[in-house]
Each structure stands twice: as structure tokens, then as C-alpha cells.
Design a protein around this ligand. Structure first.
Ligand SMILES: [Zn+2]
Length: 109
């Protein structure tokens, strides 16, 4: 009999790998289990403003700016998003030194 992996033993990186590779149609319980394990790890630092779920993922976004803007500030085209893994609600942040520093601290733990 198939038994569900203990997702609390996974690292964050392994959990994200599993989240993206699991077939949520075929294994909805596993998919939920992965999300719940992420929420247990991340819940102290994140709470979705829409649904209250405690798990999130981030991605970097590069926006092309006008020529003048790029010359003034080459970093200003960098953004990142934080998405709730439950409902998909996403917030965008402009990557600035202060925020990036604070967020990086959060992400590499
Ligand atoms: Zn949500």
C-alpha cells in the first residue's frame, strides 16, 4: 500500500520541487500535504491577505524599462513576486536594497 511521504522531513527546496512535480489531479492529498508542510515552515513569516494561508513562493521578474530609466538606474527593472500557494494571490515588490536585504534574509533560511 502506498503511504504518503512525511513532508515535514523535506527541505524547503525539496518541498517546492515536490509541489511542482506532483500531479494534483491524481494525488490531491499529496499536493495538499506539501502545501500544509510549507505553511508550517513559512507560516510565522507569511500570511496570505486573501485566504490566510501560510505558504508562499517567490519568483524574480525582470521588467524592461525605457532607455532613460535604465541609464538612470539599472536595478530599477527588477521586481519579485510573492504568491500564496493556496489561492494564488500574488503581490509584486520592486527590488530595492532595503527590501531585498530583508527578503533575502527571509528566503535563505
Ligand atoms: Zn491565499
Amino acid at each position: 500500500m502506498y503511504s504518503r511521504p512525511n513532508y515535514d522531513d523535506y527541505t524547503l527546496a525539496e518541498l517546492f520541487d515536490a509541489l511542482h512535480s506532483v500531479d494534483k489531479e491524481e494525488y490531491p492529498e499529496n499536493h495538499q500535504g506539501i502545501k500544509d508542510a510549507l505553511a508550517r515552515r513559512q507560516g510565522s513569516e507569511f500570511k496570505c491577505v486573501k485566504c490566510g494561508f501560510g505558504g508562499y513562493q517567490t519568483s524574480d521578474i525582470y521588467v524592461s524599462l525605457s532607455r532613460e530609466e535604465s541609464i538612470m538606474d539599472v536595478e530599477s527593472g527588477k521586481f519579485f513576486s510573492v504568491s500564496c500557494i493556496e489561492c494564488g494571490y500574488t503581490e509584486f515588490y520592486r527590488r530595492q536594497a532595503s527590501i531585498a536585504g530583508a527578503m533575502m534574509d527571509l528566503f535563505i533560511r
